[in-house]
Design a binder for this molecule. Sequence first.
Ligand code: SF4
Ligand code: SF4
Length: 109
Amino acid sequence: MPPQNTKYPGLHPLPPPFVNEYPPIALVIEKKCIACDRCPPLCFYDAIVMEERPAHEYQRTAVVIPENCTGCGLCFEACPVDAFIWIPDKQQPGIHPKPSPPTAEDQDL
Ligand code: SF4
Ligand code: SF4
């Protein structure tokens, strides 16, 4: 059974533990990025751009635009140095589970 809150059912690698609370979006760990330029053209949603980073070893890094990321996971496949991680997309409205109302059992505690 696929996780319920992924935006894209083909999500790879396996969804992170928070997937039932928030949809996952990609984030680049900038210090790991070797600025190989593979990932921006691969992303179907134009969610990855290269940015200048003068202090970085490679002077540039890939950056994910969170608003565009669908959590499809393709960039994870493309990156030769595993620079991507999943983070929770806490900006998504209506997907967060509502707290359950207290039960009679809770009120006895
Ligand atoms: S997870 Fe998919 S949509 Fe998000 S940045 Fe990676 S390739 Fe683009
Ligand atoms: S594929 Fe990985 S190393 Fe290459 S630009 Fe993208 S994040 Fe950086």
